[in-house]
Ligand binder design. Sequence first.
Ligand SMILES: Cc1cc2nc3c(=O)[nH]c(=O)nc-3n(C[C@H](O)[C@H](O)[C@H](O)COP(=O)(O)OP(=O)(O)OC[C@H]3O[C@@H](n4cnc5c(N)ncnc54)[C@H](O)[C@@H]3O)c2cc1C
Length: 221
Amino acid sequence: METSGGLIGGDVLLNTAGAWGARVAAWFGETVPIEARGPQMGVTEPLPYRIQPVVGVWGGDGTEGYLRQVERGNIVFGGGVERTQVALDPGHAKADPASLSQQLRMLLPLLPALAKASVIRTWSGCEGYVADGLPVMGQSATTPGLFHAFGFSGHGFQLGPGVGDVMAELIATGRTETPLHDFRIGRFVSPNEESVPNIAATREMNEGIEEMTAIPRGRST
Ligand SMILES: Cc1cc2nc3c(=O)[nH]c(=O)nc-3n(C[C@H](O)[C@H](O)[C@H](O)COP(=O)(O)OP(=O)(O)OC[C@H]3O[C@@H](n4cnc5c(N)ncnc54)[C@H](O)[C@@H]3O)c2cc1C
């Protein structure tokens, strides 16, 4: 691999490039439809510490949101509004200030006391969403020694330790007890003769997403 720190050689390459993972896969002729999005997060001033569990609601009527209070008293909240689109270059996700009031309104039924709290900071970050909502994990379908583990959307913190364990097992022993079939990178390519138009369609989708995410940095979404 040619890197900013020089050439690095090895028998194995594990692609853990997150939202950029499909780009790395494309270097090896593998196509994954992925979209980069940024969740909207915020935190309040410190309040008396009362809430120990993480509290989240996903109602069928569109009501959703989650929050947790750190021991210092600040309430960290998320959800309730659409994730913003993120351009992979440079990949900096921005919170959308215009969505904050809508987000707080969604969270108020969960914690009415939020109405009196001051929000002191908002932020976002770049997450990779594969088109079918599942991550890509396992061996490359084109290149011996190449492995993929990317596209963990909004769940990568909690999945990371298990994913690392499984990928280490797969790479070190060539197999794993954990069923990875549903996460294989080849799932976007039809195994029969119709695979060529399907690949082309997926490539077009990828290019469309690239164009869609290449929005001017000044825009809020
Ligand atoms: C604000 C926010 C809140 C979140 N909250 C939660 C949560 O509560 N629980 C949860 O489970 N998940 C949460 N997530 C999601 C979680 O952060 C991601 O799922 C997780 O970070 C994915 O990890 P990753 O290592 O696969 O990818 P990333 O963390 O995105 O890491 C990929 C890395 O690859 C690098 N890279 C890309 N291309 C190249 C290249 N060509 N060469 C070298 N390096 C490259 C990138 O710079 C990046 O550092 C949250 C995400 C955000 C943004």
